[in-house]
Design a protein around this ligand. Sequence first.
Ligand SMILES: *Cc1c(COP(=O)(O)O)cnc(C)c1O
Length: 395
Amino acid sequence: MYQNFKSHLENEISNIREAGLFKNERIIVSPQGSVIRLANGKEVLNFCANNYLGLSNNSDLVQAAKDALDTHGYGVSSVRFICGTQDLHKQLEASIARFFGTEDTILYAACFDANGGVFEPLLTEDDAIISDSLNHASIIDGVRLCKAQRYRYGNADMEDLENQLKAAQAQRFRLIVTDGVFSMDGNVAPLDKIYHLSEKYNAMIMVDESHSAGVVGETGRGVTELYHLRGKIEIITGTLGKAFGGAIGGFTTGKKEIIDLLRQRSRPYLFSNSIPPMVAAAGIKLFAMMDETNELQEKLHTNTAYFVKRMKAAGFDIKPTESAICALMLYDAKLSQDMAAMLLEEGIYVIGFYYPVVPKDLARIRIQISAAHQSEQLDKAIEAFMKVGKELNVI
Ligand SMILES: *Cc1c(COP(=O)(O)O)cnc(C)c1O
């Protein structure tokens, strides 16, 4: 059979290539950082990592991970409830709950698993999930695994959400689900309005803080801080793979009873390995650093505001952003690819996105700012954007 299947696969892959959607892996030979070294030896300024706080190669986190290798070993070879829970896992769960002002936390191997394992244990066909149309793929997959009735509203469209909530009144329990920051536009979910509607129509809320935790809010505690809703949201999911050191790991944090039931029934928690002790230890160190100072969050906010201001002054069309994601709108798919390639020649590493990752005719370059960017690095990037932008008649 494989001969037939092989030609089927080859055909699928060539279709992807012909559509111009083939994804290549770019090899980096240095640690993650504001400057990275590519396989060809070239060093470039990096503006496409989720390394928002610049902690991916932080020496204190690296040291905490190394120390844990000595004290707790390399791996645990078990799921949490058999013999895979070390003191470090419990401490990290408590640290995350403290950071978000929630009651309890459950760790997963990734936020993809947190989202994959959150709906099915909690809701049944008698219930309703009302989901933003731009929610992350892992939320979409998690919802698919659950028998609850599905409702979808347009991105951050509160009139549509209200209509869906009205339609969902027949169900027993209602859960509104939204990303905190939407990754392609950098906009923040209007959680104040969502909260208001949840009260009016008797619903609960889940926020995925993957792109917002460490970034949004005065002290980077995420969208619940931004909207003064700490402790009021039933479920928060998030990742340790972005602002929080960038290694691996996800979590669900929120109401105690919800976390209690997830520990009994959430399949990615019950049937998948615990995160390695070195990752847990570095996570504990990270949240201890966050307790001490908001320096990195402040640096990130300053960097982002500076970058956006100068890019707009240069005449670029930057989507309004409330996060560390800046979408430079180019509208044309080919232009987005050409511009990213020319910027790489200038030593600036950014990615152009186009349909189907973003809507047709809304091609763009996504720039991700980090607290690790020095002001000279931001200036160098802005100058490169201006040079290439003029060459391509974008400005
Ligand atoms: C990145 C991301 C995830 C996946 O996180 P991992 O820990 O890498 O699996 C989930 N949800 C959102 C909104 C994300 O941006």
